[in-house]
Design a binder for this molecule. Structure first.
Ligand SMILES: [Zn+2]
Length: 99
């Protein structure tokens, strides 16, 4: 899931294999930490936890890795994390961003 977001966000840039892998790994650990799951401390960035207002969806049995957050909010949270970490790891990218 992290990788598919990272791929779509980095489609216009030449990230390089190692950078791509590092960003994917940091994103994964940051998301695991946000879910309260096991993670490696050194890889975790500070991010805003997702806010889900879709209580009905959760009541219908829809749920994601994260408690109290539906799959679609969780998905945008993953995208946010990937983008945040990309901004930190690839500062020159800011100049290319135009969407
Ligand atoms: Zn939601």
């Amino acid at each position: 899931m992290v990788k598919s977001h990272l791929k779509s966000l980095s489609v216009d840039m030449d990230l390089g294999y190692n950078t791509f892998k590092e960003i994917a790994r940091s994103s994964t650990h940051t998301i695991l930490a946000a879910c309260g799951l096991e993670h490696r401390k050194g890889e975790v960035y500070e991010v805003q936890p997702p806010v889900c207002l879709h209580g009905e969806g959760l009541a219908n049995g829809l749920s994601s890795l994260m408690k109290g957050c539906c799959p679609s909010c969780f998905d945008s949270f993953v995208k946010d994390v990937v983008r945040t970490i990309m901004d930190i790891r690839v500062p020159q990218w800011l100049g290319f961003r135009n969407f």
